[in-house]
Write a protein that binds this ligand. Sequence first.
Ligand SMILES: C[S@@+](CC[C@H](N)C(=O)[O-])C[C@H]1O[C@@H](n2cnc3c(N)ncnc32)[C@H](O)[C@@H]1O
Length: 282
Amino acid sequence: MLSYRHSFHAGNFADVFKHTLLLQLLLALKRKDKPFCILDTHAGAGRYDLLYSKSAAKNREYGEGIGRLWSQPELGPELSEYRKQVQALNPNGELRYYPGSPLLTRGLLRPGDRLILTELHPSDYPLLKTVFSGDRQTAVHHADGYAALKAFLPPIERRGLVFIDPAFELRDEFERLIDAVQVIHRRWASGITALWYPILDRAPSLRFHRALRESAIPAVLCAELGLQSYDTPFGLHGCGMIIINPPWQFDERLKRLLPELRQRLQSSENGQIQLDWLTPAP
Ligand SMILES: C[S@@+](CC[C@H](N)C(=O)[O-])C[C@H]1O[C@@H](n2cnc3c(N)ncnc32)[C@H](O)[C@@H]1O
């Protein structure tokens, strides 16, 4: 089943959350000169036209995400960095194009760094391929992102990040994620993993946390942003990111960033944030 298209959701609050955290992880990797490799397993189309594509125009989800931040004054350093990356795609100052995770990541690579992208959708893969055509630092594969973990890890650089951002169309996606973190841990225990998940019903995400706590994988940090009360019946109420082996003091950075995200993005009084170590660092 591949009916999910990210173009309907590009730039929404969940993208602001996941992409701001992703950029901070990349900036942390850049603090050392040694090259790194990023594997983005569910890459999407790479770039989205918010104004002239029917899908983005349908629900205008970006209006509750990047649209809210576009002209806000005095953003904190993390949101400022994120907005700067989106502005780079829109040099005339009008918000039209939104960079997906591949393009945001590409914007931060240095000449020796590498990016590997996998995308399974038969329509999004060619779009992604076109965005990176001729780019010698980026490899684009029409492949299953979970299979990519076995194909590409560990990377020769032995430094870097696996970014997993599934579509959550499959009922067993959380179970697949638990398997995925086990595979990554076995193959590349020192790499950073960042893994996004939605919060619709609360119960599956709490079961997911429990499974991670019981996994015996060390250094699992969990950050969540909810914009509505979790017992509201329908819709995407919030989302979370699991970060395994986060960079030093990343949790301190999130302590500052999460309240700002909630304050800038929330539309009701029911916003909530959470930051927990599910398992401690060794
Ligand atoms: C949430 S979107 C990714 C958005 C992208 N990471 C970004 O931040 O811009 C999830 C993507 O995963 C793709 N997908 C679904 N199952 C997949 C699989 N098993 N392997 C790779 N890609 C998959 C979907 O087609 C969709 O484009």
